[in-house]
Structures are given as structure tokens and as C-alpha cells.
Design a protein around this ligand. Structure first.
Ligand code: ADP
Ligand code: ASP
Ligand code: MG
Length: 417
């Protein structure tokens, strides 16, 4: 008998028929004698619909109230799933985040989990009951409803698995695992049987939405055994999906590049002709950070005649606000010849643990893009990734060509070492 946390995403519970399918899968695990905590998302499209309702009434809704609205999507699915399980003769009980007491901070719309009270869940599990928990939501110290950021049900699942010391956390979605890149963009993309935690962390942080970045961080911190699987396959014959491993040596596939991630939600700002002096980066980025805007890639050119150009990227949703801050500060905090913004860019990254021991990968990436006439606007690298910023209109072409150039559709040859 194992304690398993399963998370089902929006498309997996997108209709009552799908909810019935999920209930059948859960019933099968139950018959095998496992204890189950099930986290569900809202029905697909529902969170978008709820947020749009709020934005219909105000362009700038109060974040506390936005969370009150957004959290209702998951409340519907937990109740429906419990009803479906009851109709199959199984014992199940639903909980909102506040009922479990998933305690978070008060950063509405992007709250962080601080603690989880296991008592109710343990009592139910001991009584042979399936516990169903609303993903994406929690409650702060004052009793306010909070949400964990888009895609946050993944994080709810992993956090519950960590709190309960579950044997495994299974993330069920509409693809049967993590692929070399989004299979919607590259049909030849290949499912990875295993992926190291570090690679998954990079893939998520660089835009692969199959797992929310915070869920991967949680899995790393608490060493949660995490697996991505499809809820659309026959429960009797589901593939083993993708296992996120912690042991690099465990990885049988010795691929140099594991995958390609991309992110369309980016925007670039260039501050041209600023003085090349100590403190200039702080003068430009300090006010941006003070407004709680996350800055991603930063590039500063080598200055000529005492001046330099300074470029950075921000999330597209924060682009206008970042531009406002810079235009306000220009002339006081720093002087600049020009501030140029571009919100039609994207970031494409190749990720692989094998990069540590191989050279020439960056030049292969750059040549592939050059051969397609794609201009690289910014570059950033780490030990296991290379990212470039390019014009958004080339995103799909770049991802397809890089996938081909690195031969990601082919199984890597097993290492003999
Ligand atoms: P859920 O609603 O189950 O949380 P998401 O839409 O958040 O599902 O995540 C699953 C989707 O992630 C897939 O349908 C796929 O299009 C996308 N995706 C992006 N990158 C990858 C990747 N590398 N491997 C698999 N899926 C990916
Ligand atoms: N329903 C939320 C969203 O759409 C959370 C999730 O699906 O993970 O972002
Ligand atoms: Mg998701």
C-alpha cells in the first residue's frame, strides 16, 4: 500500500464525462489498496472565464477579490469529483484550500505556501476515504482566500505530497509526459522517460508550462518523487510517463540536450545612451524592482565614449508598467538618449545537463538560427542552458529547426561508460 498524491489538470476534468473517467482511474488505484489524495484544477477554460468576468467590471480589479473569484473554479471540480466517486460506491471527501488549511502568505494572485495542516487528511485516509483537495488555492493568516499563480494546482499537488510524505506525486495532464519540446509545436517531439530535476527546473523556468516552476522547486526541496502522466490513456494501460529524477547517474539516456523550452510572455526594454558609470544598473533597475517587477535577462554593451546601452526583459504583462517607471525615472535617477520597448519578442532555450561536458553547442544553436535568417537580439547562458531572445514571429520556426538540428526526435544512444 502506498500513499499517492494525484493531480488532475483542467482538461482532465474538463467535462462531467472526463470527471467520471478520472473517478474510474482513482477507483482502480483504490482497489489496489493505495491511499489517495487527489488535487484537481478548475475545468479547462474556467479560470480564464472567471478572470475575464472580473476584468469586464474593472481594468484593475482588487487582487484580494480576484482571488475570491478565481478560486471558485476549483471548488466546483472537487465537489463534482466527490459526487462521481460516491456514485461508484467509494468514500471521498472534498476540501477547499482553506478547509485543509493550506496556509499561504498574503501575496494575492501569486501566494506562496507556508504550511499545510495534515490532520483532517490523515484522519480521512485512515478511515479509508479518498481526500480531494482544490488546487491553486490556500488561505492566509487572516482567513483571506489566496491563489498560487496560474498553473498553481501543480504546486498544490507537490506541496501536499511533501507535507504527507507521499510515496509519489503523479501529475495527470493531456500529454503522456514531458517531451523534448511542446508536442503542439513540434509533432516529432519525443517523450522523455526520465529527466533530471535540474533540467525540469530549467525547462519550467524557461517557459515549458507542463509543470509550474514552483511545483518543481517544491519537489526539489522536499525530494518528492514526481511523475507526469496522461489522464487520457486507458487506466489499465497507462504509460509510465516521465519521472523527474534526482540522481544524474540514474539517467540512462545520455542526451547532451534534453529539450527546448520557449516563452512568449516576454518583452524587451532597451535604455540607450546611458552614462557608463558605477551604479548605472542600479539606477535603472532599482526603481523597476521596487515596483515588484521581475527582471529576467540583462545585457549591457561595452560602453563607447562614456556611454552604454542597457537592455533587459520583463514579463509581458508587466511591460507597460516597467516602461512607465523608466520614463518617470529618466532625467532624475539616470539620463538616457532613448528608451525603446518591444513586446513582440520571445525567448527560446535549449536545456541539457550534458552541456556541462560538451562544447560547441552554442555555436550550433546560433548557426541553426542564422541559416534561417533569424536575428538573435539577446543571449544568456548557464551551465545547462542557452537562451536567446528573438522576434516572436520566428518562434515556431526556431523551435522546429533547433529540434531538428539537435536530433531530439531520436532516442539518444545509451552510454557505454
Ligand atoms: P494541465 O491543465 O493538465 O495543467 P497544462 O496545459 O498546464 O495542463 O500543461 C500541459 C501542456 O503543456 C501540454 O498540453 C503541452 O502543450 C504543454 N507543454 C509545453 N511544453 C511541454 C513539454 N516539454 N512536454 C510536454 N508538454 C508540454
Ligand atoms: N485553474 C488554475 C489555472 O488555470 C490552476 C491550474 O490549472 O493549475 O491557472
Ligand atoms: Mg498546468
Amino acid at each position: 500500500m502506498a500513499l499517492i498524491v494525484q493531480k488532475y489538470g483542467g482538461t482532465s476534468v474538463g467535462s462531467t464525462e472526463r470527471i467520471r473517467d478520472v473517478a474510474r482511474r482513482i477507483a482502480r488505484f483504490r482497489r489496489e489498496g493505495h491511499q489517495l489524495v487527489v488535487v484537481v484544477s478548475a475545468m479547462s477554460g474556467e479560470t480564464n472565464r472567471l478572470l475575464a468576468l472580473a476584468r469586464d467590471l474593472s481594468p484593475d480589479p482588487d487582487p484580494r477579490e480576484l482571488d475570491v473569484v478565481a478560486a471558485t473554479g476549483e471548488q466546483v471540480t472537487i465537489g463534482l469529483l466527490a459526487i462521481a466517486l460516491h456514485s461508484m460506491g467509494l468514500k471521498a471527501r472534498s476540501y477547499t484550500g482553506a478547509q485543509v488549511r493550506i496556509l499561504t502568505d498574503s501575496a494575492f494572485t501569486k501566494a506562496r505556501i507556508l504550511a499545510i495542516d495534515e490532520a483532517n487528511m490523515r484522519a480521512d485516509l485512515d478511515a479509508g476515504c479518498i481526500v480531494i483537495v482544490a488546487g491553486f488555492q490556500g488561505v492566509d493568516g487572516e482567513g483571506n482566500i489566496t491563489t498560487l499563480g496560474r498553473g498553481g494546482s501543480d504546486t498544490s499537488g507537490v506541496a501536499l505530497a511533501a507535507a504527507l510524505h507521499a510515496d509519489e506525486c503523479q501529475i495527470y495532464t493531456d500529454v503522456d509526459g514531458v517531451y523534448t519540446t511542446d508536442p503542439r509545436i513540434v509533432p516529432e517531439a519525443r517523450r522523455l522517460a526520465r529527466l533530471t530535476f535540474e533540467e525540469m527546473l530549467e525547462m519550467s523556468s524557461l517557459g515549458s508550462k507542463v509543470l509550474q516552476i514552483r511545483s518543481v522547486e517544491f519537489a526539489g526541496k522536499y525530494r518528492v518523487k514526481l511523475r507526469v502522466l496522461s489522464s487520457f490513456e486507458d487506466p489499465e494501460a497507462t504509460s509510465s510517463g516521465t519521472l523527474i529524477t534526482f540522481e544524474e547517474d540514474d539517467v540512462m539516456e545520455q542526451a547532451i540536450i534534453s529539450g527546448i523550452a520557449f516563452n512568449r510572455d516576454e518583452a524587451k526594454i532597451s535604455v540607450m545612451g546611458v552614462e557608463d558609470r558605477p551604479g548605472i544598473a542600479y539606477a535603472i533597475l532599482g526603481p523597476v524592482a521596487a515596483t515588484n517587477i521581475d527582471v529576467d535577462m540583462i545585457v549591457q554593451n561595452i560602453g563607447a565614449s562614456g556611454h552604454t546601452d542597457f537592455s533587459f526583459t520583463v514579463n509581458r504583462t508587466e511591460y507597460e508598467q516597467a516602461m512607465e517607471v523608466l520614463l518617470r525615472e529618466r532625467g532624475t535617477a539616470f539620463k538616457a538618449r532613448e528608451i525603446i520597448g518591444d513586446n513582440r519578442i520571445c525567448k527560446v532555450s535549449v536545456v541539457g545537463i550534458g552541456m556541462r561536458s560538451h562544447v560547441g553547442l552554442a555555436s550550433k544553436m546560433f548557426k541553426t538560427l542564422a541559416d534561417e535568417g533569424i536575428n538573435i537580439q539577446m543571449i544568456s547562458t548557464s551551465e545547462i542552458k542557452i537562451s536567446v531572445v528573438i522576434d516572436e514571429k520566428y518562434l515556431e520556426l526556431a523551435v522546429r529547426m533547433l529540434h531538428r538540428a539537435f536530433e531530439l526526435e531520436k532516442e539518444p544512444v545509451p552510454s557505454t561508460a
